[in-house]
Design a protein around this ligand. Structure first.
Ligand code: NI
Length: 394
């Protein structure tokens, strides 16, 4: 190879390189605009350029194909890993669920087995709280309402000390205090029936009138509060043969008379209760007086502090009565039988003061005349107390 040849080759190589560079640029341009830069077949170096270009394109296509395959493989791999993870996760989750379920089953099996084996059968859930049937309980009752300004205070106090009470309401007042009655029902208090008109001479009336008084009150309470009373309290606590034959629901009297209607004094009302209560008592108060609402702020927490559970009348009957109550009998209390605190009491009936024997004094409103202390033989003597309850307050 002489100098000329070498020089020509060098020039040609240099020219070739520059063409290659041009072609590379052309390749890029071709990629960007395929129609704009097709190498001309008629040009001198067109065939070589096209060949190089094809080679270049083939190389580039190869890289792209490889890249696509690699990306595809990566995607497949990722999907596979994800699927495996998902499946194993599913299995693991299923396994956990099964484990949890079997634990739940085991614990629920324990629970269902508990009443027989471990759980204390003397603990019951009633009206949203637990009661211990071995511990003392009393039923606090409020007559002659509803009367929102006093009743709501009493319910506030009951809520603070976790107690439930019974409100023996008068049917013809219900429409005026619908919100209060609804609150009684929603907070687990009992609404008892104290007749529609609170006619203190009701027991003297005929059976039809007596039945109408209590049925109408039942309907009125149901209409307003959505509950139907399960227990009745006679106006003035005055019974009669006609009443006994006519009314079929339990008749509830009382064993602790606060005489709050007479004293209208909070301290006197407190004194009538605190220190004078025993297990199974039914306490009588009235919903009409601010002094009663004030007294309750002391009485109710104090009873709870002394270990009494504040229950409704129906709860007292349910957990302390040994059998169905007798029709026409007024029950004053549900004291436990002596020497057997676990056994339910059958309830203590009053010796009723009939209209006939009470005579003129029968107008005494709930003066305690009809309520014989538990075990006492008669209570008619106190029926002579005069006065009567002021039931005009609204
Ligand atoms: Ni009354």
């Amino acid at each position: 190879m002489d100098e000329h040849q070498q020089g020509r080759q060098d020039r040609e190589r240099a020219a070739g390189n520059s063409r290659l560079i041009e072609d590379r640029q052309a390749g890029r341009n071709t990629a960007a605009r395929p129609q704009a830069h097709r190498p001309s077949r008629n040009s001198g170096n067109g065939r070589r350029t096209a060949h190089r270009h094809r080679r270049y394109k083939r190389g580039k296509a190869l890289y792209i194909a490889l890249g696509i395959r690699a990306a595809f493989a990566l995607i497949v791999l990722l999907l596979a890993v994800g699927a495996i993870r998902g499946i194993t996760g599913m299995f693991r989750h299923h396994g956990q669920q099964q484990a949890e379920e079997s634990t739940e089953e085991a614990s629920s099996a324990e629970e269902s087995a508990a009443p027989e084996e471990t759980q204390n059968p003397n603990i019951v859930t009633s009206n949203g709280r637990q009661l211990d049937l071995t511990k003392p309980m009393v039923a606090v009752t409020f007559d002659d309402g509803p009367y929102a300004s006093v009743g709501n205070q009493i319910m506030d106090t009951l809520a603070q000390c976790g107690g439930k009470a019974t409100f023996f309401v008068v049917g013809n007042r219900a429409e005026k205090y619908t919100d209060e009655l609804k609150r009684m029902a929603s907070e687990g208090h009992e609404i008892g029936n104290h007749s529609y008109d609170h006619d203190e001479k009701l027991s003297k009336k005929d059976a039809k009138t007596i039945a109408w008084e209590f049925n109408s009150c039942d309907e009125e309470i149901n209409k307003v509060a959505g509950v139907t009373p399960a227990v009745y309290r006679l106006p003035g606590g005055i019974n009669s043969d006609t009443v006994r034959k006519t009314l079929t629901k339990p008749l509830i009297s009382w064993s602790v008379d606060t005489e709050d209607w007479k004293t209208r004094n909070a301290q006197a009302t407190v004194n009538a209760v605190v220190g004078h209560v025993r297990d199974g008592d039914i306490i009588l108060m009235h919903e009409l007086y601010q002094s009663t609402a004030d007294a309750c702020k002391t009485i109710l927490p104090e009873l709870v502090n002394e270990g009494y559970q504040l229950v409704t009348v129906s709860e007292l009957i349910q957990y302390r009565s040994s059998g169905p109550l007798e029709q026409g009998v007024q029950y004053t209390d549900f004291h436990p039988k002596s020497g057997d605190a676990q056994a339910a009491s059958s309830g203590t009936p009053t010796v009723d003061v009939d209209q006939e024997t009470a005579g003129l004094a029968a107008s005494a409103e709930e003066s305690g005349s009809a309520a014989a202390p538990s075990g006492s033989s008669a209570a008619g003597s106190s029926a002579a107390s005069s006065g009567g309850e002021d039931n005009t307050e609204n």
